[in-house]
Design a protein around this ligand. Structure first.
Ligand SMILES: [Zn+2]
Ligand SMILES: [Zn+2]
Length: 343
């Protein structure tokens, strides 16, 4: 197996892992969870019943209840990337006289990201209780399409306020529910969306920052060694000018861990960057992920769509108040008093 095949296999593996993990983090009954369940069903023919029950319990606990699995995975990945950065990249860059402020920036971003992570995972996302139900139900109007008046949550036994949803993992109803994030092990709702945004942006900045420094280091190595103007002799004894593929291969063999980490952080930057853009779009249009997902059943906003009863309805996002007010709503969730003043 040649280098190119190995490298492509590695890229496919990292990309597939990130995509699967991202899909899982957004939907509790994901492709990943269903695949694991499917594989368990196939194996049930050869595995003893007792072991099957134990496996089912573990899978249920991992994928259908609130647990720290993804938080631990998150910390382990961060530790691996920062360990490699500190152990090798930082030292080499220091020797090559990179600016110290640039080299310390990933640590500053890590401190900020950790703070937002703690705030996001510890904050009350907007749990609806008997005591705060009455004021919360007055904050948003029912749009009569995604949110109907008079629907009672069977678990909490309370009328669902508009824009709220019951989270089956946390077993609570959440005000302005966005989604349940397995990476922070908490629901994202009215009161912690701002921390989630800052957590996501600092995480993307961290990945991008490490990717830029590492790429700059490898480019510097290539330039200093003057390899670009050199040549190499292949297995048949023929001389060739150095090509980009040969350079990548050479760097991969000289700095395997650094190139491996660079591939990972570049893919992470692309995936997180795309997710950041999606969240900015949601914030600017005053939609939650839950509403965006549900509204797709009705086609795009402002379009005519068929309901299950074959009745034509118009879905319109009634919660948008203009770009700046929508952004303000993320960082300063509205209270009943503010809503009353407006009406
Ligand atoms: Zn509920
Ligand atoms: Zn939840």
């Amino acid at each position: 197996m040649d280098f190119l095949t190995l490298f492509l296999m590695y890229l496919c593996f990292v990309l597939t892992t990130i995509i699967l993990v991202c899909i899982y983090s957004r939907r509790k009954q994901s492709f990943l969870a269903r695949s694991v369940n499917g594989a368990a069903q196939v194996l049930s023919f050869v595995i003893p019943t007792r072991l099957q029950r134990m496996t089912q319990k573990v899978l249920h606990r991992l994928f259908h209840t609130r647990n720290c699995l993804f938080v631990v995975l998150h910390i382990a990945l961060q530790a691996a990337v920062y360990g490699e950065y500190t152990w090798e990249v930082f030292g080499y860059c220091w020797e090559l006289e990179f600016l110290i402020h640039l080299l310390l920036l990933p640590y500053l971003l890590l401190a900020m990201n950790t703070a937002f992570f703690i705030l996001c995972s510890r904050a009350n996302p907007g749990i609806i209780t008997k005591s705060n139900h009455a004021p919360l139900i007055k904050i948003y109007a029912y749009d009569a399409v995604l949110f109907q008046k008079g629907i009672v949550c069977p678990t909490c036994n309370m009328e669902k306020p508009a824009r709220s949803k019951h989270c089956s993992l946390c077993n609570i109803c959440v005000h302005r529910f966005d989604h349940h994030c397995v990476w922070v092990n908490n629901c994202i709702g009215a009161f912690n969306t701002k921390y989630f945004f800052l957590y996501l942006f600092t995480l993307t900045a961290m990945a991008a920052n490490i990717a830029i420094i590492t790429a700059a280091f490898l480019i510097q190595v290539v330039l200093l060694s003057n390899m670009m103007h050199g040549s190499y002799i292949d297995d048949q004894g023929q001389e060739h000018a150095i090509e980009i593929l040969f350079l990548i291969q050479h760097l991969f063999l000289t700095f395997p861990r650094i190139v491996f980490m660079l591939g990972f952080v570049i893919l992470l930057t692309l995936v997180l960057g795309a997710y950041c853009c999606f969240n900015v779009y949601l914030a600017l249009t005053n939609q939650t992920s839950n509403e965006w997902y549900k509204s797709r059943r009705y086609g795009c906003s402002h379009h005519l769509a068929l309901q299950p009863q074959d009745r034509q309805v118009i879905y319109r996002n009634i919660y948008s108040n203009g770009v700046w007010m929508n952004l303000k709503e993320i960082f300063q969730p509205p209270t009943v008093l503010e809503r009353k003043k407006k009406t």
